[in-house]
Design a protein around this ligand. Structure first.
Ligand code: TYD
Ligand code: MG
Length: 466
């Protein structure tokens, strides 16, 4: 029998080291290295092998028929439906709604007559049933089981008609006899994922693996399986808000920029077909300090409201706080507004918030953020039908950004009539047909002047705020 040895494996990134260390040198995480018995399989020598035929790229392969789940926001992210035999990893923090999303997808697919198997390693069958009945999905013919042993699961899935979809919730709870380590360790997660992957490729069933992403790295991170699977989707959101976004960070069968938007309701996840309308709902367009940013989430245009509050400070060092925006970008925008916009902001507390719990990470959000700040400082209300996009450089110049056409069309669709953008932004004829009046802006000086002009009492710009 092959001698087994110990190896020290980082549970977060899978890096192997020869001794225990407090910090993983590969991913810099603390307390993630655990001792595991090295699998004897890896030390076996591979003998012999036969040669196989190599083929050309131009050969003919039948085109795949995708399996549509019927949940449009999900199908959009997978690239227009599942590809048979593919393996998808769905990652996300605990409690974000992965199990809810998957039971809804299973029910949608099962109702269309496909065989669907849902294996829960975390919850008892009764709990899954209870959730399904809460979601009014109890009548869908989904086949359920609570199991964690991969060999048993494969034997079950292998018998009877081929399952179109097998959901494994979650990969961290699975264990296989082929690896000696405890469940949840990297070796187990990897070996279990490999066994399920082989089953998917040989049977043509689609397998979705759920993976928890934890910040402290105690549970084996699903990152070790990322390179094996065909697609990696992440389900994100903010516990305090109801919006959930599904993104593809890897997809062998589609684009990765796509996102799907859902809203967590009392009846499970509802699809949000028109996110901009939802994010802008309830905005108070008559108050100063709010600007609408025509942003992009991957390949999808999305309008967000950026809110600013500029108020005289009572502290020695004024506060600068952001929610959903990058602190360094705010500092940069403020510095540029002072240096090139003629504003004096040193005596003001400044808060910047992206409404709805979203994040505006694109540099294209600079112009909208600057407009919101100037609006709050001067008390000038921005026109309700005006959307902004453009990057601000350190010289004060407003710079063009990509996807102008998509941003303009989305704004037009939502009833906006004007767009403020970089003067240097190239707009082609097709983009011009969006119907928006374009208001080119060369630099922050122009922006400040245009907004201050409409201020009620021409309050503090450079002349009065000394
Ligand atoms: P769950 O799908 O169990 O999360 P995960 O599998 O990612 O750990 O969802 C957990 C949360 O979703 C839970 O806190 C309650 C909430 N929820 C709703 O708000 N409405 C619903 O209809 C359901 C089923 C869950
Ligand atoms: Mg769950």
């Amino acid at each position: 029998m092959a001698k087994s040895r110990s190896a020290f494996i980082c549970q977060n990134c899978g890096a192997v080291s020869s001794r225990w260390q407090g910090k993983c040198e590969a991913c810099n995480e603390w307390n993630t290295i655990a001792e595991e018995i090295d699998s004897p399989i890896s030390s076996q020598r591979i003998l012999g092998g036969r040669s196989f035929e190599l083929e050309s790229l131009a050969g003919s392969s039948s085109t795949v028929d995708r399996v549509i789940s019927g949940v449009e926001e999900f199908d959009r992210v997978t690239g227009g439906g599942f590809v048979p035999g593919s393996v998808i990893l769905l990652g996300g923090e605990p409690g974000i709604g992965k199990s809810t999303l998957l039971i809804q997808i299973c029910a949608a697919l099962a109702t269309r007559g496909e065989r669907v198997i849902y294996i829960s390693g975390e919850e008892a069958v009764a709990q899954v049933r209870l959730r399904a009945s809460r979601l009014n999905l109890a009548s869908a013919p989904v086949e359920l089981a609570a199991a964690t042993q991969v060999e048993d699961i494969l034997a079950t899935c292998g018998s009877g008609t081929r399952a179109a979809l097998i959901v494994i919730d979650s990969i961290q709870t699975m264990h296989t006899n082929q690896a000696p380590s405890a469940p949840g360790t990297v070796t187990q997660v990897r070996a279990s994922a490999q066994a399920l992957l082989r089953h998917a490729k040989s049977s043509g069933s689609i397998v979705i693996l759920v993976g928890h992403v934890t910040k402290d790295g105690q549970v084996a991170g699903p990152r070790v399986v990322e390179h094996m699977v065909d697609a990696v989707l992440s389900f994100e959101g903010d516990a305090a808000h109801h919006f959930r976004m599904l993104r593809a960070s890897k997809n062998r069968f589609g684009a990765t920029g796509e996102i799907g938007v859902f809203e967590m309701t009392g009846l499970g996840l509802a699809e949000v077909a028109n996110p901009s309308a939802l994010f802008l709902a309830g905005r108070d367009a008559a108050a100063p300090g709010a600007a609408v940013f025509a942003g992009m989430e991957g390949q999808r245009p999305m309008l967000l409201e950026i809110q600013a509050l500029v108020a005289p400070t009572s502290l020695g060092t004024p506060r600068r706080a952001v929610v959903g925006f990058d602190q360094n970008r705010l500092s940069m925008i403020l510095a540029v507004l002072e240096a090139h916009g003629g504003l004096k902001l040193g005596l003001y507390d400044i808060y910047l918030n992206v409404a709805g719990g979203l994040r505006a990470d694109e540099p294209a959000a600079d112009l909208a953020a600057a407009a919101a700040l100037v609006s709050s400082l001067t008390g000038a209300v921005l026109p309700a039908d005006q959307a902004f996009f453009g990057e601000i450089g350190l010289s004060g110049a407003v710079r063009p950004v990509i996807h102008a056409g998509m941003r303009l069309r989305e704004a037009a669709k939502l009833g906006f009539h004007q767009a403020v953008l970089a003067q240097a932004q190239q707009i082609n004829d097709e983009e011009r047909r969006s119907g928006l009046a374009l208001r080119p802006c060369a630099d922050v000086g122009q922006l400040v002047a245009a907004i201050a002009q409409t201020a009620p009492n021409k309050r503090p710009t450079s002349s009065t705020s000394q």
